[in-house]
Design a protein around this ligand. Sequence first.
Ligand code: GTP
Ligand code: MG
Length: 214
Amino acid sequence: MDTPTNHQDEQVSDDAISKPSYRKAEFLTSAAKVSQCPDDSGWEVAFAGRSNAGKSSAINSLTQNHKLARTSKTPGRTQLINFFTVGEQQRIVDLPGYGYAKVPQKLKQDWTRQMEAYLRERQSLRGLILLSDCRHPLQPFDQQMLGWAAEAEMPVHMLLTKCDKLSKGAGKQTLLKVQGKVAHLGDLVSCQLFSALKHQGHGEIGRASCRERV
Ligand SMILES: Nc1nc2c(ncn2[C@@H]2O[C@H](COP(=O)(O)OP(=O)(O)OP(=O)(O)O)[C@@H](O)[C@H]2O)c(=O)[nH]1
Ligand SMILES: [Mg+2]
C-alpha cells in the first residue's frame, strides 16, 4: 500500500465535533470509486477488515438497525464504499472487505486500488475501526493496515469480532495477546473484544470514540 498523505492537515476544530450518534445513523450514499464519495468535509471513521470479519454486522449492532448495512454469510458482500451519516458532518464508512479469494482478480484489483486511494486521499478520514475475527486475529492484511495507519499517524481501534464464539477465558487471552503484539504502536492503537451477535462491546467503543473520534 502506498504511503498516504497526512490527513491531519485540515483538522476540523474540536468545537465543531460532537459525539457521533450511532443510533441516528442513516444511509447516505455508496461509491464504487473515490471520485463518487460524498463531499470531503467534516469527519468520518471507516470500518475496515478482511472479508467476513463482521464490519457490516458491527455497524448494524452499533446503530441498532439490523437493516442498515447489508451482511452476508458469503464473503465479499460489501462491494462498494458505503457512507452513513451519524451527525452533522459526521460519517461512518463501511469498506469492502479484503482477502476474499473467489472474487475475480480484475475486480479485486479495482477494489484494492479504490480502497487505497480512499485511505490515502480522504482528508476527512479521522480514524479506523479495524475488525478482525478473534479466532484468527492479526492476519497479513490487518498487519498491513496497522503499518499504513502508523505511517499516517491514523488512530486505529481494533474490534476482535465474533467473541461469542470463544469462552470468556479464551477471549481474554486473545485480547492480551493482540494487545501485546500492537503495544509497539503506542496510543495510536487500542483493542477490545466485540460481538455483534450479543451486542457486546458497545461501551468500550464509545470510550474509544471520545479519545480518538472513532
Ligand atoms: N457469531 C457471530 N457471527 C457474526 C458476528 N458478526 C458477524 N457475524 C457473521 O459473520 C458473517 C459476515 O458478517 P458481515 O458483517 O457481513 O461481514 P463483513 O466484514 O461486512 O463482510 P464483507 O462485506 O464481505 O467484507 C455473517 O454471517 C454474520 O452473521 C458476531 O458477532 N458473532
Ligand atoms: Mg460487509
